[in-house]
Design a binder for this molecule. Structure first.
Ligand code: AMP
Length: 278
């Protein structure tokens, strides 16, 4: 594995690539969720590139940009161990100039749910993903596949739309959500949780499990399922419970194969999201 800390070094390294590239963008503090993306990229491509970059433009004021967990040395070892070829670790100064041309998330999909709770988050996220995808595609390798987790479902939908709208020559590969044994969706932010808060946090995935059971019993009414979930989450500061179709439009009845149930809430000071694809 080579570690590259500048854009010039990255482009020098990717110039030598002959074959397909699997790209996994991350913000580091790698866990099993990231690992599953990297392993899938490893299986499906000749080369694997991972980026670790805590992108300042997708954090709002008052969010945890400066406190975001950093585990650089452990991350490097993990990447080497799973067979990453190139690990790209840029700085903000390399990625941005002071007065940049931006990207604005689309009005309907981009301003609901996460987009309404975290205004401008998706603009910053799309901006950095566009930059990273362009860098990885710079020397036009035969195929570029970029791997994203379904854990960030709305992010994934917006990236798919950006690739479509801007005709990017990249294939987006959605990857399954990885959970701890007790059901908690893995997240770099889980380390903020005290043992007590962790128990509370489990309610998010349990509410989704309950929703699954209701659907299995043929309860397809969105209002009924949402109400049951709200009841289960009464001790958590719920930001939203939303049941939408895969295009992120509101629905009143669950349609198997075309529905996502999303939940976001705060446990102590930690903001967590989770979802279920039905
Ligand atoms: P992050 O480092 O949080 O920006 O995440 C980098 C990538 O890993 C994104 O595509 C996430 O959706 C994905 N990811 C994060 N947590 C999980 C998880 N528990 N399961 C699957 N993918 C995940």
């Amino acid at each position: 594995m080579i570690i590259v800390n500048s854009i010039t070094e990255l482009l020098n390294a990717t110039k030598k690539i002959k074959g397909s590239v699997g790209f996994v963008p991350t913000m580091g503090a790698l866990h099993q969720g990231h690992l599953s993306l990297i392993q899938q990229a490893r299986k499906e491509n000749d080369y694997v590139v991972v980026s670790i970059f805590v992108n300042p433009t997708q954090f709002l004021e008052g969010e945890d940009l400066n406190a975001y967990p950093k585990k650089e040395e452990a991350d490097k070892k993990i990447c080497a161990w799973v067979g990453v070829n190139i690990l790209f670790m840029p700085t903000s100064e390399m990625m941005y100039e002071p007065d940049e041309l931006g990207i604005i998330a689309p009005a309907k999909r981009g301003f609901i749910l996460e987009g309404s709770k975290r205004p401008k988050h998706f603009d910053g996220m799309l901006q950095v993903v566009m930059k990273l995808l362009n860098l990885i595609s710079y020397h036009k390798p035969s195929t570029v596949r970029a791997y994203f987790g379904k854990k960030d479902a709305q992010q994934l939908a917006l990236i798919e739309q950006m690739v479509r709208n801007y005709f990017l020559a990249v294939e987006i590969i959605p990857c399954e959500i990885i959970r701890d044994r007790d059901g908690l969706a893995l997240s770099s932010r889980n380390i903020y949780l005290s043992p007590q808060e962790r128990i509370q946090a489990l309610k998010l995935s349990r509410s989704l499990k309950r929703a699954t059971r209701l659907v299995m019993k043929k309860e397809f009414n969105v209002a009924t399922i949402t109400q049951t979930m709200h009841h289960l989450l009464s001790e958590i500061e719920v930001e939203y419970i939303a049941i939408v179709n895969r295009q992120f439009q509101p629905i009143s009845e669950i349609e198997i194969g075309n529905t996502i149930i999303l939940v976001a809430g705060k446990v102590g000071k930690t903001r967590l999201i989770d979802n279920l694809w039905i």
